[in-house]
Design a protein around this ligand. Structure first.
Ligand SMILES: C[S@@+](CC[C@H](N)C(=O)[O-])C[C@H]1O[C@@H](n2cnc3c(N)ncnc32)[C@H](O)[C@@H]1O
Length: 179
């Protein structure tokens, strides 16, 4: 096992995406943490809501690949962002580990008929409560549910504290991880 930062190939792709789109991609510590959670928990099924051009998708896909198998479903509402995410997965040689689905997370998740070990939500805070309710419906027992910039939706944080079994991580003023 290695730390996410040691993967030069992904680091270069993600750096390029971040430089071309300042302020739009998930921060590197969050990507690194998610990679580590996938590895440490042995997650096989991951779901990402709000993939943009796939920086986090790459780390989730690398995590399941390094776990010797698994799959990421990444949902993105914007067709051209989804195309970008697919291209970046191909560039990284990770396309077999991820499906990028074009659609609104609020429609797509309620139509999924499988469960996920790890769900990462990074749509937009004004939708987080809906995403939270839908995501809990497809979260496996002992699964991990993570939100980017959770503190931007205080009601989400309050509900997750009350309703989830444990709040295992809260850092960077913005990131909530519960299971
Ligand atoms: C902050 S960006 C996500 C960044 C991404 N996690 C990354 O790895 O860089 C938010 C993304 O969520 C998408 N989005 C917003 N609302 C959505 C929805 N309801 N369903 C799916 N995607 C959505 C936006 O199009 C945008 O690409």
């Amino acid at each position: 096992m290695y730390f996410a930062e040691e993967n030069e190939r992904l680091r270069k792709i993600v750096q390029r995406i971040a430089e071309a789109n300042p302020g739009k991609v998930t921060s590197r510590p969050v990507d690194a943490l998610l990679y580590s959670v996938v590895r440490a928990s042995g997650a096989e099924r991951c779901l990402e809501l709000g993939a943009y051009e796939g920086t986090t998708t790459l780390y989730l896909a690398q995590g399941v690949a390094d776990n010797d198998g698994g799959r990421v479903t990444a949902v993105e509402i914007d067709e051209s962002n989804a195309r970008g995410a697919r291209q970046h997965l191909e560039e990284a040689g990770l396309e077999e580990y991820a499906d990028v689905v074009v659609g609104d997370s609020r429609d797509v998740v309620s139509g999924l008929d499988e469960e996920f070990d790890l769900i990462f939500v990074d749509t937009t805070p004004s939708q987080y409560l809906e995403d939270y309710d839908n995501a809990r419906g497809v979260l496996a027992e002992d699964g991990v549910l993570a939100f980017n910039k959770a503190n931007d939706e205080p009601e989400l944080v309050q509900r997750a504290r009350e309703e989830m079994e444990a709040l295992v991580f809260e850092e960077y003023g913005s990131f909530l991880l519960a299971q």
